[in-house]
Design a protein around this ligand. Sequence first.
Ligand SMILES: Cc1cc2nc3c(=O)[nH]c(=O)nc-3n(C[C@H](O)[C@H](O)[C@H](O)COP(=O)(O)OP(=O)(O)OC[C@H]3O[C@@H](n4cnc5c(N)ncnc54)[C@H](O)[C@@H]3O)c2cc1C
Length: 421
Amino acid sequence: MTRAILWFRNDLRVADNEALHAACTAHDEVLPVVIIDPKQHGARPFGFERSGPFRRRFLNEAIAGLDAELRSLGSCLRVVVADPAEALQQLVPEWRAVAVYAQRLYGWEEQEQERAVASRVALHLLAPNTLLHPDDLPFPVQRLPHVFTAFRNKVEKQWAVREPVATPARINTPEGWGGGAEHPALPHEPITEDQRAPFTFTGDRAAALARLNHYCSGPELLGSYKLTRNGLLGSDFSGRFSPWLATGTLGAREVYRAVKDYEAVHGANESSYWMVFELLWRDFFQFTAAMHGRDLFLRHGIAHKPAKGDHNTRRFEAWCEGRTGQPFIDANMRELAATGWMSNRGRQNVASYLVHDLGIDWRMGAYWFERMLIDYDPCSNWGNWQYVAGVGNDPREGRRFDAVRQAGMYDPEGAYVEHWG
Ligand SMILES: Cc1cc2nc3c(=O)[nH]c(=O)nc-3n(C[C@H](O)[C@H](O)[C@H](O)COP(=O)(O)OP(=O)(O)OC[C@H]3O[C@@H](n4cnc5c(N)ncnc54)[C@H](O)[C@@H]3O)c2cc1C
């Protein structure tokens, strides 16, 4: 009889979960744990905490949902608030486990966690939540093309998205496992719901699947995604899958399969292709993080270029609170503050405005997004910020958006600005 610990990270689901599948295949008993590293939620150089109320609530809901899923399979979740290496070093001998299984992650801190854990216990790392399995890329991750188009051209020539791994029918977990941290695991200040929010996100898998089904079942939404994806107002101009993808409540391959199912019924079109194209962007930033490690989080970026920008608190706080005086920027920042989410068009504009108009160090904006976004993902967030700041993998120099022009194009009637005004 052998036991293994399953360290859940950004893969908070039981379906198509490679680490869970591997642990259940190789061992008789599996002990599932989520470890919240306080360092990743605490204060940072610019003075504010790294996770705010919306992100904490969403994560708490995802964790509670995972516990419920595990219970339906005869298991249960333990939640620990601690440094992962220390926690696992203690749990492995205490529970006579022979190994730890986990999903590999590409953020720099996450890579450091893996190295620390592997130095203390036997750690088996399985594939990250990417559309393409890293082993199926037509080049080693360390030889990733610098520019997205080159990456896409190469991978699209040799396309392979793996089939899902089986969900265990039952998970044997010893008596007494489970519980752990106080619930909720990530305490936060109360949230007042804003009546202007066009959509309510909840972190559990049922909500993720409901959204996937809503968006991909008929031609109205996915079928016109390419035309609507730059929208700002309303709930259905884009998939809104990102928060569940970031926590791993939803797998990238699950979104891909929903698109393929849609195409089997309604036929492929530019819009259904474009959803997969966006998932490739997501993969591109994941593999970029794997290749560049710590540079993704440093001021000079992966391009090793000098970055402009100061740390002026007055200008930065005006941006955070949506009172710069630029109505389009302020509307987007107010939506973020009130809901924990913002459209892609909005993100590009507010990031450009912070860096190129307000002259602030881009990392302050990246940390603010890390705090605020319920879909915060280290690779997507820091990769996109570097892109806008001109220190990442954008072939063009410093991508500045003209907020007045952008508002004219994407909010011609001013309805979005009025909504969040
Ligand atoms: C400054 C900045 C910071 C960002 N920070 C994050 C972040 O922390 N987490 C995050 O998930 N996305 C981030 N994005 C990317 C993008 O804005 C969001 O993924 C997208 O808005 C999520 O909405 P959606 O799910 O409706 O996307 P859809 O338009 O429906 O796209 C489908 C999926 O494709 C992926 N995707 C789309 N665009 C991008 C992109 N530019 N980069 C990476 N993946 C993409 C997402 O997983 C998304 O869920 C950031 C973009 C910018 C400009």
